[in-house]
Design a protein. Sequence first.
Length: 354
Amino acid sequence: MTAPGEHTYAEIVSQPAAWSGALDAFSAQAGALRTLFQNRTFERIIATGCGSTHYLSMTAAALLQAATGIPAEARPASEIVLFPDLTLAPRSRTLLLAISRSGSTTETVEAARVFRNRTGGPIVVITCYGDSPLAQQADIVLEAAGAREQSIAQTRSFSSMLILAQALIALAAQADPWPLSALPAIADRLLTENRELARQIGEDLSARQFFFLGSGALHGIACEAMLKMKEMSLSLSEAYHVLEFRHGPMSMVTPETVMVGLISRQAASFEYRVLDEMRARGARTLLLHTDQVARLAKPHEVEVRIVSGLPVWAEPVLYLPVLQLMAYYRALAKGQNPDHPANLDAVVLLDPLG
Ligand code: F1P
């Protein structure tokens, strides 16, 4: 019998090793991916998944478009299955990037089928199970087998699949992939240096609600951090684009509110102002920001300083591990077991939708 959260904690702190394993697995598929992007000029890329992997697809789509110039968008798999006329354009040369830890989620498996039937386009799958029903529909499978988990809530599986997506993006953009190999060591240092901060915030049960703010490629990461806080600790938790928070949601700010700002390099000065305004309204704030922009923040911030020296496309995955730890500690403080979140199954299996 394991202690509550034993698997979740082990899976969070083993992410650096899981990321290295994912990069090793990626190299086996690099040739096939290079051929795919060399032989086809895509007019559109759709990234899809469900829950955590839908949020992953949001970050992947943003990074893909920024790196390749190809229009890329993220759609929940159910939207592709149930509303194909709104999500697919059969006459445009489209690539589908389907992401699923299990590779068995009904909506994602069916979205790949609908995409293939309607467009005939190629499918790249990112998963932790290379023999899954979704993988069987793929032209190319990127598998993070070493990132499989005992816990229901995705942690190292999510970040390892994001590493695979970032490796795919670097290859599609013909960028030098060297920054990816630097990520595991940086993550290890982030977890070590910020474990106590994550525990302090997580165990402070006077906090009543969490808002995770992130824009651009960081919006998907903010949404995933929101979901971890919900799934693991059953806490009120929402995610918004940073400046969107002023347009209504800020009415919810109280002294029991924790605002987590995932500060981008591109819009930092605008984003810091939102957090400053919410602090002035009584909220508690936590900033996650990189060295390049941290000098713009007010002194004495409660912060996670991301020292990477990497290009901006390689950094999104680094914002997540400390926030996963924060959700883990809050779950334990609330007497929850993050290994088996209430009301959740590891995979959502449905009767056929189509
Ligand atoms: C997708 C998912 C997870 C969620 C829960 C139920 O799974 O929605 O994001 O946390 O585990 O399944 P998958 O398609 O990535 O396996």
